[in-house]
Design a protein around this ligand. Sequence first.
Ligand SMILES: NC(=O)c1ccc[n+]([C@@H]2O[C@H](COP(=O)([O-])OP(=O)(O)OC[C@H]3O[C@@H](n4cnc5c(N)ncnc54)[C@H](O)[C@@H]3O)[C@@H](O)[C@H]2O)c1
Ligand SMILES: [Zn+2]
Ligand SMILES: [Zn+2]
Length: 368
Amino acid sequence: MKIRAAVLEDFGQPLEVQEVDLAEPKSGEVLVRLTACGVCHTDLYTASGADPSGYAPTVLGHEGAGVVEKLGPDVTSVTPGDQVVTLFSPQCRECIHCLSDRTNLCLAIRDMQGKGFLPDGTTRLGRGSEPIRHFMGTSTFAEYTVMPEIALAKVNPEAPPEHACLFACGLSTGLGAVMNTAKVEAGATCVVFGAGMVGLGAVAGCRLQGAERIVCVDLSPGRLDLATAQGATDTLVGGPDTVERILEMTAGFGADYTFEATGNVDVMRQAVESARMGWGLCTVAGVAGKGEVLEVVPRYLITGRRVAGSSFGGVKGRDQVPEYVERALAGDIDVGAFVSHRITLGDVNRGFELMEAQDGIRSVIEFA
Ligand SMILES: NC(=O)c1ccc[n+]([C@@H]2O[C@H](COP(=O)([O-])OP(=O)(O)OC[C@H]3O[C@@H](n4cnc5c(N)ncnc54)[C@H](O)[C@@H]3O)[C@@H](O)[C@H]2O)c1
Ligand SMILES: [Zn+2]
Ligand SMILES: [Zn+2]
């Protein structure tokens, strides 16, 4: 079929919205009609050419929500009409990682997905005889996409698509870092560095876990106001003295749990040093630039602090994304507060500009 999609033709160039071909879903694959899609840093990171593993041409986009349109052979877990959230981090439920409750890093299709192919090593996207690669296994800046069923979370059909799509990446990452990776308990003192989509999700997660104190650190006072609305009890404009100020706020000890959601390695270091001796856990969710290194003075570790990384918040997508969507529908998470701009697919480059200008938390593409 012919679909409209935003194609990255060359790194550093605006995306070109154009007609491309999309082939029928093969075994284990599903045709999804997109209804909404967030514009995320990872899309821009790849478009800019900064990502060393990037490739072109490709259809970008990974924060998608949509409706199942058609099934390939052997698909059993979704049916046409289901509302789904796209998962760049799939869950096959069979590999050694899926069978462990210690990680969400499914191994089933990793190699092919990283190269821009569907699991059988080919693409469904193309232009005539020229293949176009699939980005993050999702390619959701498009009217339709074909994805493996193991990368689709079936969610409540009542959820508004422009809210559901945010659970495909940043929001689940923040919530999951708190609930899965750190497992924050009631009464805890937490510090969240960064009040973008991921950090605000972490603030909401700390509140849902019953944390007593939630300090949010950002450079932007406007974003700190959003953090307060999500449940932060204290806010701090970040700077070189952030660690000292957090120690002052916590009787000299630091926090039980710290979360880093900026991608800045200096902030990661502050997050490690703001965790308390004895048991403080620093969870790193931010993605650092190529070649950057996190410096940790070993004494911080010897004296009982720990550092953990978290990819997609440790979220097992097919199981947990539907649960998070239910919590949002129950009124536990104010997802609407994160949707700052509603745009069309043709405006996708404007979504990038708004993001670069830090104008709003998320621009969401709505499909007619
Ligand atoms: N681990 C994962 O699976 C995963 C998933 C999505 C995003 N990410 C990463 O998480 C990070 C955050 O993503 P986002 O979408 O929330 O980004 P964002 O740009 O919207 O938010 C980052 C925030 O950090 C703040 N910040 C920057 N420097 C700071 C400093 N020195 N002190 C305090 N705050 C500072 C900014 O003001 C901004 O509000 C990025 O690095 C992104 O690549 C990781
Ligand atoms: Zn993302
Ligand atoms: Zn798996």
